[in-house]
Design a protein around this ligand. Sequence first.
Ligand code: FAD
Length: 202
Amino acid sequence: MKGAETLFKTFFKMFNIHFHTEVGIEKMDDDKVYLTDGTALSYKFSMIMPPFVGVDFVTNSSELHATPSGYMPVGEDYRHTEYPNIWSAGLAVNFSLPWKPGSVPFFAPKTGYPSDVTGKIVAENIIRATETHKPLIKKHWGKIPAVCIMDAGKKEVIIFANHLFKPRTFAVMIPNIFYDFSKVLFEKYFLWKTKHGYSMLP
Ligand SMILES: Cc1cc2nc3c(=O)[nH]c(=O)nc-3n(C[C@H](O)[C@H](O)[C@H](O)COP(=O)(O)OP(=O)(O)OC[C@H]3O[C@@H](n4cnc5c(N)ncnc54)[C@H](O)[C@@H]3O)c2cc1C
C-alpha cells in the first residue's frame, strides 16, 4: 500500500526499533539470534513470531491435498477443488498470490475481516448448493476489501482499501499516533455483536 513503508519506518524510529529486511533467522541460543546473513543479535528477552500454519488434522488427512502449511485447496467459492461437500474459510484457505515472495518466504494477510467474509460466503454457498440451487458466490481472497485497525503500541493505523491485493482503486492509511481509541471502540462493538449473534453486521 502506498506510503506503508514510510509509515512503518516512522513508527520503528519512534519506538527505537532496529529492523533488518530480506534476511531470515538461522538459529538462536540462550542469548543470541543468528541471522542468515551472518549477523548475531544479542538479546535478554526475545519474541519470535512464526508464520501462520493450518491445523494438524488438515495436514494429517493427506486426501485433502493441503499445502505443507496446512491450507486447503479451494476455488473462489471456498469449496474444495475435489470434494464438493468440503468447504474452507479463514486461515485454512489456500489462494494464489499476485507476487513472488523474496528471499524470506511469506504468505498474504490472513486477518480477521477476510476470515469473517469467507465464513459468510461459505455459509451462503452451502445454502445455495443444497437448498436454493442459485449460482455460488465467488470472490478471490485478494478481492475482499481491506478493513483493519492495526495496533501500534497505544497507537493505531486505520487501513481501508477496496481490495486486499493490487490493483486497487481506493486505499487509505490513517495513522493515529496519540491513542488507540478506534481499536478499543471496535473491540467493544465486536464483542457486543458476537455476544448477541448479530452476524449480519459488518
Ligand atoms: C498474535 C495474533 C494477533 C492477531 N491480530 C489481529 C488483528 O489485530 N486484527 C486482525 O484482523 N487479525 C488479527 N489476527 C489474525 C486473526 O486472529 C485470524 O485472522 C483469525 O482468528 C482467523 O480466524 P479463523 O476462524 O480462520 O481461525 P482461528 O481463529 O484460528 O480458529 C480456528 C479454530 O479451530 C479450532 N481447532 C483447531 N484444531 C482443531 C481440531 N482438530 N478440531 C476442532 N477444532 C480445531 C481452534 O481451537 C480455533 O478455535 C491475529 C492473529 C494472531 C496470532
